[in-house]
Design a protein around this ligand. Structure first.
Ligand code: PA5
Length: 465
């Protein structure tokens, strides 16, 4: 059971002129990476040990047991956004039955993660979901996120109606995951008696999947939470104990930073399994929000950061591959591969003799997936595009825990190598504040006036057709 990393395709086997890094370039940048790793290990962030926080998992398990004990929960709904949703979506798509919304695991609820305020989507959802068979988990560390706050109000109002106006009954169908001490949700949750789970202090949203932010969903969905933690613990220990030159997260981070600095700032996460497609969304937030920064650690304006892109194979071979193989050589590719799929599908004997079918005789879909992936890898390498591979033996809880922890550590290292703070998100906060101001939130009047003045001063350039 391992998460295997193949970095061979990142390096040019012959000369540096071909557009890929040489091992010498990597070796000469290694001191910079080692310094970043040492700084990280000397001041380990709290998310690195979430897998060892048995009390947090016990709280999630106990609440899930309590919620399920009533025997009236067929639907589990997560309301949140960004780091308060993407890990949940990734876990559910990776570990639950593929069409769990129609066919959930026997005995487990259908899980829905709603991370948008689109009125068509939310309105339709709350008009259709049988709320009397539903439990809702609202997740917001700050309690100040306008999307989640509005979702909360809509969901609570709908639930109250479903409970014939009984607020106590409606409240019992909610679990609120939020900061244990501060934040806008804390006060009324305590006052009104909403059940809460903590987002631990010092754990930012995109690094919180192994806290109650993700693990209550995991417990509700019946996933093997101990194995998710065990996978993360394995990576955590192995990476802390190995020599820096052998640290796969450090090498992955360093190669990506060097490529970014050398003119390849677009980092494509190419998932070759339907179950892995939302891991690419989780990665996109982690990589973009952690590494895209205006200031470096010294406070200088640098405007740095890679642009992560999601691709799904083979679907995007027929959508993006033309650009990837022949367009600008400004990208680095990480292919996500499953060594073994959960099920095998044999392609049936052709019903007619045809060039379209002959080579499919006796083949399996897993073979086709792998040959498609290899074909794309070869096409990229032939065009001197750097490609690496993250391979999981299978899609299970253990490997998922390994994947999460590996990329979180690689992201922290990349931030250190780049000399920026990977744990803040001032750009996101700026957008949050602007939205609050425009929605008339008290205390943001001045910001609202500034924004309106900017809009008023903007020269109109409108077209229609
Ligand atoms: O990673 C982050 O910090 C952000 O994406 C947050 O998770 C997101 O903005 C939601 O914040 P909150 O949990 O406070 O509602």
């Amino acid at each position: 059971m391992a998460l295997h990393l193949d970095l061979s395709g990142l390096f040019d086997p012959t000369s540096e002129s071909a557009g890929r890094l040489t091992r010498e370039q990597l070796a000469s940048a290694m001191p910079r990476a080692i310094a970043a790793r040492e700084a990280h290990l000397a001041n380990l962030p709290k998310w690195r040990s979430l897998h060892a926080q048995g009390d947090l998992q016990a709280a999630c398990d106990a609440r899930a047991k309590q919620v399920k004990a009533a025997g009236d929960v067929d639907y589990f709904v997560v309301l949140g956004i960004g780091g308060s949703a993407l890990g949940n979506t990734a876990m559910v798509s990776a570990l639950a039955p593929v069409f769990q919304e129609w066919n959930p695991e026997p005995g487990q609820p259908r899980v829905f993660v709603l991370d948008n305020v689109d009125p068509d989507w939310l309105g339709e959802f709350f008009a259709s979901v049988p709320l009397e068979r539903t439990h809702i988990n609202v997740i917001s560390k700050s309690g100040g996120t306008i999307e989640t706050s509005s979702q909360f109000l809509i969901a609570f109002d709908a639930m109250k109606q479903a409970c014939c106006g009984d607020e106590n009954a409606a409240r019992a169908r909610f679990t609120i995951t939020t900061d244990p001490k501060t934040g806008h949700f804390r006060g009324f949750c305590d006052e009104l008696g909403f059940f809460t789970l903590p987002v631990p202090d010092g754990v930012g949203g995109r690094f919180s999947v192994m806290s109650p932010v993700g693990m209550f969903t995991a417990a509700m969905a019946g996933f093997d939470c101990a194995s998710i933690h065990a996978g993360a613990a394995r990576v955590d220990k192995n990476l802390a104990e190995c020599a820096p030159e052998d640290d796969p997260a450090l090498l992955y981070a360093l190669a990506h930073v060097l490529y970014m600095e050398g003119g390849k700032p677009v980092h494509v996460h190419f998932a070759y399994a339907h179950r892995l497609r939302f891991l690419a969304d989780w990665y996109k937030q982690l990589w973009a929000e952690s590494l895209g920064k205006r200031l470096n650690a010294a406070g200088e304006v640098v405007h740095v950061g890679p642009t992560p892109v999601k691709a799904v194979g083979p679907t995007d071979q027929h959508s993006q591959a033309q650009l990837y193989v022949e367009g600008p050589n400004d990208k680095v590719y990480t292919m996500l591969k499953l060594r073994k799929f959960g099920r095998e599908v044999e392609i049936p004997e052709p019903f007619v003799k045809s060039q379209a079918f002959e080579h499919l005789r006796g083949r399996k879909l897993s073979e086709l997936m792998e040959q498609e992936r290899c074909g794309t890898e070869v096409a990229l390498l032939d065009a001197n595009r750097p490609v690496c591979l993250i391979e999981m033996c299978g899609m299970d809880a253990f490997h998922l825990g390994q994947y999460f922890q590996f990329l979180q550590i690689a992201t922290a290292y990349a931030g250190g190598i780049m000399g920026i703070d990977p744990f803040d998100q001032p750009g996101v906060e700026a957008g949050k504040i602007a939205a609050l101001a425009l929605m008339g939130c008290e205390g943001f009047e001045q910001r609202a006036a500034e924004i309106q003045a900017t809009f008023a001063a903007r020269e109109s350039f409108q077209l229609s057709c």
